[in-house]
Write a protein that binds this ligand. Structure first.
Ligand code: NAD
Ligand code: IPM
Ligand code: MN
Length: 350
């Protein structure tokens, strides 16, 4: 019986995860669920954002269903005690280097975006974000410089093996789609990015069928709102991928629509599945959050960790069906509560 670790976290994390779990339970696949605290919720009960028992559960499970972490009450804590440290810790400890963030516009949501409907209609792109390197995990700290001024630093770096393994995910993803890969970097300024670009170019000889392009991240940010459909697969580093995926979410109607999978292999692996959004303190506890990103993350869990493509598609079709019938939370211009949106998806689960 596959074991799913459920880590709801903070803010709207528990609200949206509850709906994703309901959907997984309704499929009647004999899944076993075990829940554990993470982030600020874990800090409150144990003094640590990532208790060892939570990490052990995540490692032991066939897959992790993650909500969101983050709580303004803990922003002043030292960095390793903040909720965010838990998420970064799980990614690092489980070696989840490949973060797959599909941005798909479901029919009917064209008017929910702040872009022109015709610019986003039919949107279907994937951002492949490197997840355990870059400026996130380099040496960081505070010091006083020679003039006695306070200085903060975070070192950006990638080695060639780190670039190669994430680029491979990008190439393989493109191979299964429209065969277009756009590698996003800042090679005109950053040496880390020049190495990234060199490695991606070297690998392209192994993928002659893939049309590879390179784009600077500033231009990519512009092109993503100008003509998002011109992209197929984007592969990029941790920081650029974080920013570009929030931006891409608006092309799909709302940040409440974008799921993600964090993997260390293509499939059959104990990956982690979470919406790309955070704990949304501004709407937490009000039952307003859109659970679709969490529910679609559960679909990715079925696809990538349980190799159950049929069930994954059932869930995705149920979300599409609910939206087609006009079900909308506030972020999409509607008035359904989180639970009501979950109900609407459950009704479509055939
Ligand atoms: P956020 O994604 O939490 O919220 C940004 C905006 O989007 C807010 O206005 C919020 O109300 C809205 N929003 C987000 N998810 C929504 C949903 N499902 N339905 C409707 N509206 C939604 O980003 P933030 O405000 O910058 O960060 C808040 C906290 O979350 C911080 O502590 C941050 O570190 C954390 N965070 C965690 C994750 C994660 O757990 N993966 C991701 C991003 C941010
Ligand atoms: C995300 C979040 C995280 C990140 C934070 C909360 C550490 O923004 O999952 O997109 O930057 O990766
Ligand atoms: Mn983010």
């Amino acid at each position: 019986m596959p074991l799913i670790a459920v880590l709801p976290g903070d803010g709207i994390g528990p609200e949206v995860t509850t709906q994703a779990r309901r959907v997984l339970e309704a499929l009647d696949l004999g899944l076993q669920f075990e829940e554990a605290p993470v982030g600020g919720a874990a800090y409150l009960v144990s003094g640590r954002p990532l208790p060892p028992e939570t990490l052990t559960l995540a490692k032991r499970a066939n897959a992790v269903l993650f909500g969101a972490i983050g709580d303004p009450r803990f922003e002043a804590l030292e960095r390793q005690l903040r909720p965010e440290a838990a998420l970064l810790g799980i990614r690092r400890e489980l070696g989840l280097f490949a973060n797959i963030r599909p941005a798909t516009l479901f029919p009917g949501l064209e008017s929910a975006t702040s872009l022109k409907p015709e610019a986003v209609a039919g949107l279907d792109i994937v951002i492949v974000r490197e997840l355990v390197g870059d400026v996130y995990f380099g040496e960081k700290g505070r010091r006083h410089n020679a003039e006695g001024l306070r200085q903060g630093y975070d070192v950006m770096s990638y080695n060639e093996a780190e670039v190669e393994r994430i680029a491979r995910v990008g190439f393989e993803m493109a191979k299964r789609r429209k065969k277009k890969l756009c590698s996003v970097d800042k090679a005109n300024v950053l040496e880390t990015s020049q190495l990234w670009r060199d490695v991606v170019n070297e690998m392209s000889t192994q993928y002659p069928e893939i049309e590879l392009t390179h784009m600077y991240v500033d231009n990519a940010a512009m092109q993503l709102v100008r003509q998002p459909n011109a992209f197929d697969v984007i592969v990029t580093g941790n920081l650029f991928g974080d920013i570009l995926s929030d931006q891409a979410s608006m092309c799909a109607g709302s940040i409440g629509m974008l799921p993600s999978a964090s993997l260390r292999a293509w499939s059959g692996d104990n990956g982690m599945y979470e919406p790309i959004h955070g704990s949304a303190p501004d709407i937490a506890g009000q039952g307003k959050a859109n659970p679709c990103a969490a529910i679609l993350s559960a679909a990715m869990l079925l696809r990538h960790s349980l190799s159950d493509e049929a069930s994954a598609q059932r869930v995705e079709k149920a979300v599409a069906g609910a939206l087609a019938k006009g079900a909308r939370t506030a972020d999409l211009g509607g008035s359904l509560s989180t639970t009501e949106m979950g109900d609407a998806v459950l009704r479509e689960l055939v």
